[in-house]
Design a protein around this ligand. Structure first.
Ligand code: UDP
Ligand code: MG
Length: 321
């Protein structure tokens, strides 16, 4: 059995050697063969050089390949590039910063049971020590996402093993913008969970700024659910009810002869209606932006270099997917 390991790498030069030392130790204890695909997501440090030198450690049972994206396309794109390259009976996606402990690999492989299970997900037992706003933000996001998409993603991470069947389905999906966690849940294969405690990052730092996280939250909810759009319709419905009541009240006042007193109401109404209309338009705009990104059909990433033990001396094979 061949297992592919997909590792997205972005500015991880300080930790790659450690990562490989730990991972290699674990892989050598497993009876399966491995191909390790390190995808450099346009790093600006020397990660690619580190990847290139790691490919020299390849041996029969553990082959190491490197893929280099032409710029930083984001982790989702790097995962997709790796999965497209993978030829194993199963693929394991994990981070390069040891926050997805390689020691889980044997347990994930035994849970996979030689292909009887489609997806093995490593679920975080507790979230990493994050600041309170980040933790609350994540909680709120998962609440909204679960409600909007009807997929349960609480505690889920990108640390997953996918059976070949699932990998094939995943790479055949037509969308350009990908959300690995959500799409694997959406594919709906039989999944089992194994729990792990995410350790702290040893070196380097997390590449997620609050701004990036908010962008991710927005685009994932929009691409998995049209609930926000429908919420605008409901808001409109409530608005109509409300205006019907106010119309009756206004007419009543007019008959009573003190019509001019409703002036503050008029101002409030104009403000409320104006902001609701703008909110609605903004939301529709978000969906149009998402559609616009998809209909352009640009590739999710562009590969500028690839290196494997067999083509180490002749390593440029530009290709886009
Ligand atoms: N990563 C990537 N492209 C990016 C950002 C991150 O390939 O644009 C990789 C990074 O090298 C690491 C993994 O994705 O292997 C997780 O990134 P990070 O540790 O920054 O995220 P966190 O652990 O905070 O979720
Ligand atoms: Mg990390």
């Amino acid at each position: 059995m061949l297992i592919s390991l997909i590792i997205p790498v972005y500015n991880e030069q300080s930790g790659l050697a450690d990562f490989w030392q730990v991972t290699d130790g674990i892989l050598s204890q497993c009876k399966q063969d491995f191909e390790v695909i390190l995808v450099d997501d346009g790093s600006t440090d020397n990660s690619w050089q580190s990847i290139t030198s790691l490919t020299h450690n390849s041996r029969d049972a553990i082959q190491i390949q490197g893929l280099r994206l032409s710029r930083n396309f984001g982790k989702e794109a790097a995962i997709l590039a790796g999965l497209r390259q993978a030829s194993g009976n199963a693929a394991i996606v994990m981070d390069a910063d040891l926050q997805h402990p390689p020691s889980m690999i044997p347990q994930m492989l035994s849970a996979w049971n030689g292909g009887k299970v489609g997806i093995v997900e490593a679920v975080k037992r507790k979230r990493q020590d994050e600041s309170l706003p980040r933790r609350l933000g994540a909680k709120l996001y998962y609440r909204v996402f679960n409600l909007a998409s009807r997929l349960d993603m609480d505690g889920s991470s990108d640390f997953k093993l996918l059976d070949r069947r699932v990998v094939d389905q995943y790479i055949a999906l037509p969308e350009v913008g990908r959300f690995f966690r959500g799409l694997t849940a959406w594919l709906g294969f039989h999944a089992v969970a194994v729990a792990f405690d995410p350790p702290q990052r040893h070196t380097g730092r997390s590449n997620w700024s609050i701004g990036n996280l908010m962008k991710l939250a927005r685009s994932t909810i929009i691409s998995f659910s049209s609930l926000p759009l429908r919420a605008v319709t409901w808001l409109g419905g409530i608005g109509i009810l409300f205006s019907a009541m106010l119309t009756l009240q206004t007419l009543w006042y007019k008959w009573q002869g003190f019509a001019e007193e409703g002036f503050p109401t008029v101002i409030l109404l104009i403000l409320a209606m104006g902001s609701m209309i703008l909110l609605g338009l903004g939301l529709i705009g978000e969906y149009i932006a998402e559609i616009y990104q998809e209909v352009k059909h640009r590739p999710t990433y562009v590969i500028s270099q690839s290196i494997s033990p067999s083509n180490r001396d002749n390593q440029t094979t530009p290709r886009s997917d």
